[in-house]
Design a protein. Structure first.
Length: 491
């Protein structure tokens, strides 16, 4: 058996269940069920995500320190430092009584769950995965709570946890968190869109079946191994998309999509060619996320076509591995790279993280600031973590992802602090530009440097990422502090 696959029936896991049952004895949930139902549900979710044994055990015990007489020392003695560390992290996320406040303002670290999330993530992102599993089960049973609490928890999930699931590329989780939450935030709109989806899909059922048969025959003829299935757009995704198209449902072409899963990348492009030989591709509707992955690592080819019967349908084409990552995201990464990823997070080593996970470095930097008692501008952090990303290129063709609105200095410091510190100019798409120009999707960016150049305080107005700001402030500190009295004197 692969050592990375958790033996969920191991003696340690069985013992954790026993400990949790004894600790929660006599406790009940708002649903009326014995409390142990919740940690066992979290255990099952973590198992489905393919998490390691320590994470599963921590999931079973995640509420014991906060809600029972069990202590961290008790957990450490019986299950080890790693489990105790994870349980402690999840406990810290749960101790803010008032829950999430306005995430666009400055707030002290001791009063805000979002900041606690940053602190926990700075050490081991498995804490977040346990918290996401915990949140998912709580949402599944949210009907047992009073309406005001339902709305509060649902709104918090839509604003923070669903976007984080998306950044971790945990697609199935993002969809379920979003739809469960939206149902409580705006129940009338939820039901309205749900019925709209059902009606549209029913009317398109016959034409989709015919398309499936045609594509199946064509792929089999070319002897391509494949799986073909349908994907229905989630209610909350449709809600957001309609907002972009002035509520025009006819402008939404991916309400239902057909998904083609093949063995390798070559077959992805072969399948694309076969589909385009059958139907007419729509202009501007081919997106190659294999050649240029999304910021969260998502890979697939999307194409929207018009059939001979004038039906419009979207196809998504990807390999099995891409599909696995699209569904489970970071959990899949831990499944394949568990030991390496965990060691890197704990040691603060970020250079070996996959490119799509480099945004985690911003969380680590935020965690460090919070430990020092510093305040953090959460509005800027929210932009950096949740805003859409752009992909730009180095002259050698390396892909760098940055938040929308990023400037050349953000790009330079992402490459290396030595490059950022010595910037004298920038070429964008082969032409000289200036450091105030916002980078755009697909730009080729060449940073010009000089050994004689030193960082300038004015550069602080020419960056938007916390990563670049931290690096620049570090470089400025020795040179700018002695000069401050002189500047005040001149004034």
């Amino acid at each position: 058996m692969n050592k990375k696959i958790a033996k969920t029936d191991s003696e340690r896991v069985k013992r954790a269940v026993e400990v949790a049952k004894n600790a929660h004895e006599g406790q009940f949930r708002k649903t009326g069920e014995p409390y142990i139902v919740h940690p066992l549900a979290v255990k099952k979710i973590l198992e489905e995500w393919g998490m390691d044994e320590d994470t599963i055990i921590a999931g079973i015990l995640h509420d014991t320190v906060e809600d029972t007489d069990l202590t961290l020392d008790d957990i450490r003695k019986e299950f080890g430092d790693s489990v105790a560390f994870l349980v402690d992290g999840v406990t810290k996320l749960s101790t803010a009584r008032d829950g999430m406040r306005d995430i666009d303002t400055y707030l002290p670290a001791t009063k805000d769950n979002f900041l606690r999330l940053m602190i926990a993530l700075g050490d081991d992102i498995r804490v977040l995965i346990i918290k996401l599993a915990d949140r998912l089960h709580n949402l599944r049973t949210l009907s047992a709570l009073p309406p005001d609490k339902q709305r509060k928890i649902a709104k918090e999930t839509l604003e923070i946890f669903a976007p984080l699931a998306d950044r971790l590329n945990m697609g199935l989780l993002r969809v379920e968190l979003s739809d469960l939450s939206f149902k409580y935030v705006d129940p009338r709109r939820f039901e309205e869109l749900k019925k709209l989806i059902e009606t549209r899909n029913k009317s398109a059922e016959k034409s989709l079946k015919k398309i499936e048969e045609e594509v199946t025959a064509a792929l089999k003829k070319e002897k391509i191994k494949f799986e073909l299935s349908g994907r229905v757009k989630s209610v909350y995704s449709l809600h957001k998309k309609l907002a972009k198209y002035d509520q025009n449902i006819n402008a939404v072409y991916d309400l239902t999509a057909l998904r083609v899963i093949v063995d390798d990348v070559t077959d992805c492009y072969l399948a694309l060619g076969i589909i385009h030989s059958l139907y007419t591709p729509m202009n501007g509707r081919i997106k190659d996320y294999i050649a240029m992955p999304k910021q969260n690592g998502y890979q697939s080819i999307h194409t929207t076509v018009i059939t001979k019967d004038k039906h419009v349908v979207e196809f998504q084409i990807r390999t099995k591995e891409m599909h696995e990552y699209a569904e489970r995201g970071l959990a899949a990464s831990f499944y394949y790279n568990e030991q390496k990823l965990t060691e890197n997070y704990k040691k603060g080593k970020i250079e070996h993280l996959p490119t799509n996970l480099l945004w985690i470095t911003e969380l680590q930097m935020t965690a460090a600031k919070l430990r020092e008692g510093k305040k953090v501008d959460l509005k800027k952090l929210k932009i950096n973590l949740f805003a859409d990303k752009i992909f730009v290129y180095t002259p050698k063709g390396d892909i760098i992802d940055l938040p929308k609105g990023a400037l050349p200095l953000d790009f330079a410091y992402r490459l290396h602090s030595e490059i950022g510190d010595h910037v004298v100019g920038v070429k964008i798409n082969g032409k000289m530009s200036n450091l105030n120009k916002k980078l755009e999707q697909g730009d080729i960016v060449e940073i010009l440097t000089s050994k004689n150049q030193t960082p300038k305080t004015s550069w602080l107005d020419r960056i938007i990422t916390s990563h670049a700001r931290t690096k620049l402030l570090h470089a400025l500190r020795p040179s700018t502090i002695p000069d401050r009295p002189a500047k005040k004197k001149r004034k």
